[in-house]
Design a protein around this ligand. Sequence first.
Ligand SMILES: *[C@@H]1O[C@H](CO)[C@@H](O)[C@H](O)[C@H]1NC(C)=O
Ligand SMILES: *[C@@H]1O[C@H](CO)[C@@H](O)[C@H](O)[C@H]1NC(C)=O
Length: 243
Amino acid sequence: MKMKELLLFLSCVVCVSADALHTDIHVIGCSDFNGEVMFGLDREELWYADFEKQMGVSPQPSFIDPISFGAGAYKTAVSNLNTCRQNLQITREGIKDFPPLRDAPSGVMIYTRDEMELRVNNTLICHVTGFYPAPVKVSWTKNGRITTEGSSINTPYPNKNGTFTQIARLKFIPQQGDVYSCTVEHLALTKPLIKIYNVETPETPEKPKPSVGPAVFCGLGVIIGLLSAAGGTFFILKANKSI
Ligand SMILES: *[C@@H]1O[C@H](CO)[C@@H](O)[C@H](O)[C@H]1NC(C)=O
Ligand SMILES: *[C@@H]1O[C@H](CO)[C@@H](O)[C@H](O)[C@H]1NC(C)=O
């Protein structure tokens, strides 16, 4: 159990060993304003509670035949959230000075999910990691204007060192010259972190000229080797003769 500032996260990690090692995770976390209840497997979300829309969400595509968490899962999540808030209150009264620990995101990356091709549907990804407490707020712009259509963000995923990772996505169709940005806001940041993505057709990489260097050196080596051998034989012959 980790406890810092306003956020109290209880998480339970179960490792199942079969052919490979899989990590099953259940996160229950809360602050005064935020909460998270999530089940994950190998860094993917299987199910999470969307407390704004008041429903459970299974974000896995249907072809993987996702595990069902049952109709009561959302209700259970709400009750877990309430317990978490009560625990938070008890802890806050018990420990007068909550250590004011805050870690700003240590890494923000922007990239496309698929290799970029003009006019072909793609997804921009803004990967934010190394922050505490959760969550971060990620917003998108297209050519300087805020855009929300087709955007989503996953629930905070705990890292091994107690910080979190969140991945925001924006569906987009690359058009020559468009500029996208993702803006990351967090408690520990005095100003937002911004990453830019420019849609540019990749220049056709110049075909490297077939290099002759190593082959020539190699040839030279062989020739010198042969010459030395010939020279050696000559001296041996010469030595034999002079005996
Ligand atoms: C591309 O995305 C648009 C919405 O952004 C959608 O309506 C369309 O069906 C998608 N096309 C393909 C080929 O997936
Ligand atoms: C914690 O781990 C994340 C990635 O797992 C890393 O980016 C971050 O720098 C680490 N933070 C600290 C304080 O070690």
